[in-house]
Design a protein around this ligand. Structure first.
Ligand code: AVJ
Length: 312
């Protein structure tokens, strides 16, 4: 049994306002559902970031200004589909670097490594499964410059203070002159944002409900999947998408391995995810407060998304 998961489930489901951290979406099954989300036409984030890394790879690499071989360390690499374009450009230019993808899903890392070896045989790849910080800390001991990639708007899942703490931790493991390329989703027409998260096909619903399936499997819980639904909304005033699991009736759930009984009222919510949208001035403040200088923003042509380059 995963101790952290068990602890966070007890804490989250016995709280007055129930919640579960979205990082637990990503077991092997959840990572597969997330691939489906990234393939949905309405989930514009993937296409926008793909466009940035495809069309502006040269500008991004020029802005790095590294004068010797460097590491590209990708946090939460997933299937690496977007990053491929950047890697392809670098390999094509015979620029010397090592690619270090890090992910908590071993399956995702295996698939990514095989695909890259196949498509970019000249790429030097050193995949890592595990905890970001242990790996980052080890790598910072060398004097090879680093570009950290934290793409896909992953920072958007963190509450403001937690985001700052995480970025400060990244900053601490970096050496002066190292860079961070961070993907952030921008505020835009609220309907566009809503459609990305409240999809008609119910893929995002499955992504959330997978948390219940995971608790049934790993914690021997007895959530009745059909008695729960999914709800989410975007608030353009705060830039926040909030996602929930909804209990469709008054019910009791036993979580055997935790020896806990959880009561749900009809229509009671479990908050599962925050997906924060930013504007550029907010991003620059976030960089500064976390110890970084903003070098540039690389936006897609619709101005939906930015990969922003920060320097320590
Ligand atoms: C992977 C965290 C960026 O918040 O947009 C997609 C996850 N949640 N649809 C996001 C997600 C619902 C996604 N991130």
């Amino acid at each position: 049994m995963n101790r952290n998961f068990a602890k966070d489930v007890v804490e989250g489901l016995t709280a007055k306002e129930k919640q579960l951290p979205s990082k637990y979406f990503y077991d092997d099954n959840g990572s597969r559902i997330f691939q489906e989300i990234m393939n949905m036409p309405d989930y514009y984030l993937t296409d926008s970031e793909f466009e940035i890394l495809s069309l502006q790879a040269k500008q991004i690499v020029d802005a790095l200004g590294f004068d010797k071989s460097f590491n590209i360390i990708e946090l939460g690499a997933g299937d690496g589909f977007k990053t491929f374009k950047l890697l392809e450009y670098l390999v094509g230019q015979n620029i010397s670097f090592h690619y270090v993808p890090i992910d908590i899903s071993e399956e995702a890392i295996d698939i990514l490594s095989k695909k890259l070896q196949d498509r970019l045989p000249k790429l030097s790849i050193k995949p890592q499964v595990g905890d970001y910080f242990e790996i980052l800390n080890d790598m910072s001991k060398s004097d090879t410059p680093s570009l950290l990639l934290f793409l896909g708007s992953n920072i958007g899942n963190y509450l403001k203070e937690d985001a700052i703490d995480l970025l400060k931790l990244f900053n601490k493991t970096m050496n002066s002159g190292d860079k961070l390329l961070i993907g952030l989703d921008l505020k835009k027409n609220p309907i566009t944002i809503r459609n990305a998260y409240d999809d008609k096909e119910g893929i995002t619903k499955r992504f959330n409900i997978n948390l219940l399936i995971r608790m049934n499997r790993e914690l021997d819980a007895d959530f009745k999947i059909d008695d729960f639904d999914f709800y989410c909304y975007y608030n353009p005033e705060t830039g926040r998408v909030k996602s929930y699991i909804v209990s469709l009736k008054k019910q009791t759930v036993l979580i055997k391995k935790l020896d806990k009984v959880i009561e749900f009222d009809q229509n009671e919510l479990i908050w599962t995810e925050l997906s924060k949208k930013y504007d550029l001035s907010e991003i620059e403040k976030l960089a500064e407060i976390s110890g970084f200088k903003t070098k540039s923003h690389f936006l897609d042509c619709k101005h939906y998304f930015t990969d922003s380059l920060w320097e320590k």
